[in-house]
Design a binder for this molecule. Structure first.
Ligand code: C2E
Ligand code: CA
Length: 397
């Protein structure tokens, strides 16, 4: 939450109870304390500084008065937010922080007692030199924390939603399956695309609960969609690399399939080349287990990462998804055209199916069909859409 404070306006007064700390995003703040009836300045804080932090560790009284020296923008950190973060942190870090905070409170209480005896001690003067060098970093961290908190709230509030985009068999234009693609239906900003929040979900660890929710929702949707069209046979689900690190991804998937009473054959998992490269041994074991259960695996955005043909036989991959950057340049760039053509030959030779992504024109569709590409996905057929719309689409195709 951001707050603007005009020049000369107090942010809080000494002796008040506080329930939040502040970070200066822009501007400066003067801190002062009351000594023998006169207000004495003890320091000026600049951009990036944190103040009022005592409030985060229990409803403590403000130990000084803070006034904006100029028009100042503050990031407010509520006590509740801090507590939630502390509760959800690693157990050891949690314990250690609690201990440090308790020691800090004891030290402050002792210091307060000394202070009441001699409030003019010059060692109390705060200058920017003695503040940790946090300018910039602190603001960035606070923004990141705020964004994470917003995403967590959105997830809990049911603002995340799955869209579905058809994957068609090129030879007969029948809808064989679809890819589930996440959206954030933001109450203020409308539909937010995944590129704007998947990275954040991965960095914050939120991708673990969100990822399980995606698998559950896509599996439920698959169950419903299968009854709409006889040609329709699979839903593709994108997996993030972080999901493999938990060690229980495969068990969770098995459990979800059982709960939703879905056949593993009806779910395809899409992973990118970079995921494979990051942790090949662990990922290979998980993919083998998924495959053994009956699911199929697709390599996403093929050709855009550190393409190494060696993993095509090292991992149990069923499908290559040719990235849209090749499809969109194929008509004007002979190299892209040849790459797509060679990938078709290669995939056929090693028994993999091919999906071409990002088909936008009839000409691209025609060329890819001619080359023998099995499946196509792109705006030429349909854009990703909510499940209800996709049901109608399935019934009409
Ligand atoms: P992706 O897996 O490569 O998904 C394909 C993207 O291409 C989708 O963007 C889709 O809307 C877009 N697309 C499809 N056809 C066309 C076309 O003809 N032209 C153009 N220009 N674009 C087309 P979207 O939905 O914004 O997803 C972007 C990326 O976000 C995905 O790339 C995927 O990496 C990630 N993502 C989406 N949903 C999920 C999810 O549920 N889990 C995870 N881990 N990542 C997801
Ligand atoms: Ca994908």
């Amino acid at each position: 939450m951001n707050q603007k404070v005009n020049k000369g306006v107090p942010i809080f007064h000494e002796g008040e109870t506080g329930d939040c700390a502040y970070i200066i995003e822009k501007g400066s703040v003067e801190l002062s304390i009351l000594i023998n009836g006169t207000q004495k300045k003890i320091g000026t804080l600049q951009e990036g500084a944190i103040f009022g932090e005592m409030a985060l560790i229990g409803n403590r009284l403000r130990t000084g008065t803070a006034i904006a020296c100029e028009e100042t923008w503050l990031i407010v950190i509520p006590e509740k937010y801090f507590e939630e973060k502390l509760e959800s942190s690693d157990k050891f870090i949690h314990l250690l922080l609690k201990l440090i905070l308790r020691r800090y409170i004891e030290m402050r209480t002792r210091l307060d007692n000394i202070l009441t005896k001699s409030r003019c001690d010059s060692s109390l003067i705060i200058d920017d030199e003695s503040m940790p060098d946090c300018k910039g970093n602190t603001v960035d961290t606070a923004r990141q924390l705020e964004a994470e908190n917003n995403l967590k709230y959105a997830f809990e509030d049911g603002q995340l939603e799955l869209f579905y985009q058809p994957i068609v068999t090129l030879a007969n234009l029948k809808v064989s399956g679809c890819e589930s693609l996440i959206r954030w239906r933001h109450p203020k900003h409308g539909l937010v695309p995944p590129v704007e929040f998947i990275g954040l979900a991965e960095e914050s660890g939120l991708i673990i609960p969100i990822g399980l929710w995606i698998i559950t929702e896509a599996t439920k949707a698959c169950q419903r969609l299968l009854s709409h069209n006889d040609d329709f046979s699979f839903v593709s689900i994108n997996l993030s690399g972080k999901q493999f690190n938990t060690g229980d991804l495969v068990q969770n998937i098995e459990r979800i399939f059982q709960e939703q009473n879905i056949q593993a054959e009806n779910i395809k998992f899409e992973i990118t080349e970079s995921i494979l490269m990051a942790n090949p041994l662990d990922i290979a074991a998980s993919l083998q287990a998924l495959k053994k259960n009956g699911s199929t695996i697709a390599i996403d955005d093929f050709g855009t990462g550190y393409s190494s043909f060696s993993y095509l036989h090292r991992f149990p991959i069923d499908t290559l998804k040719i990235d849209k950057s090749f499809v969109s340049t194929m008509l004007d760039n002979s190299k892209s055209y040849e790459i797509v053509k060679s990938l078709c030959v290669l995939a056929k030779a090693i028994g993999m199916s091919i999906v071409a992504e990002g088909i936008e024109t009839a000409e691209e569709h025609r060329l890819l069909t001619e080359m023998g590409v099995d499946y196509g996905q792109g705006y030429f057929y349909a854009k990703p859409m909510p499940e209800a719309e996709f049901c109608n689409y399935l019934q009409e195709h």
